[in-house]
Design a protein. Sequence first.
Length: 370
Amino acid sequence: MENIRFCAPCLFGTEGILADELRRMGAAQVQPQTGRVLFEGDAALLARANIRARTAERILVVMGQFRAVTFDQLFERTRALPWEAWIGREDRFPVKGWSLDSALHSVPDCQSILKKAVVERLKSVYKIPWFTESGACLQIRFSIHHDEVTVALDTSGVGLHKRGYRAQALGAPIKETLAAAMVDVTRARLAARVADPCCGSGTLLIEAALAARRIAPGIRRRFAAMEWGCVPRDVWQQERQAARQQERPEQAFLGLGGDTDPAALDLTRANADKAGVGDIMQVQLRDLKDFKPEGEDGVVLCNPPYGERLLDLTEAEQIIRLMGKVFVPDAGWRYGIISPHERFEELFGRPAFKRRKLYNGMLKCCLYLY
């Protein structure tokens, strides 16, 4: 299985970060695009990207890309693709996807046409009249944007942001992949101390700890393609072994968490233990107004509650003003705060030295660096 074409969807604003990740993994022909990164590799890279990628939402095998403005075109061009190279006689192959600003705007109709095209292709190859679909699941995903169709197979299954350590969360937690992007942009993975005075369920601290110790985010979970007969079983064991060999358990790191909610602190501890980094976390009951950097240097990461999430706008703005007072300039400490508030810097009291546009789900935010 050489020269497989892959697509890794990602949060808007993180395309460059993910592209760099994939290049470090040995991916070829890496092409960042809006909301996704295209790349090429083999079956080993399929497993490696699933296990190691911190900012990818999932890893897809691109079956084909083409233009279609009629259902006949969609059917014929889908049927022409080599589905039998991946889907076996007994495998399941459900279809899901989306369409935006295209002639083929009915998603249910597109699903039906795509399913029929794949069935007809497999019937002609396997010479059987119908399929039991009782085996492994190969989820077909399609997207149609401005009449350009991409059809792919989902190798990940459950989204890659679900590392397995956060079974529960409080309020509106930051997505793990966005937290990983913040860690990358702020270079928190290189810091000996990372603090989050509004730690919630601990996602920012845990992602920083995983990156610092080079623990692969998917090292403890399973993926859909592990059940596929077309993917060699040994690549998963080999790639997990290789990922473990890159870990640095001796790396100095301390995660410092604070919150006013005892339940949040308990959850941070539990999640950190599940992630395998509980031994390098210290969390305590503390109000934001009492925050002080501990030690000579480090990074503060923060995803404060805001009006569209947990608090009303007035309360959210009060928190931003308070952060401006307690996050004092210090030669040894850096601050990375994500917020959707357009007047953040005015409320904070001073301009950031750098800003990075990111999206928390569909909510447009900015990462302010101090």
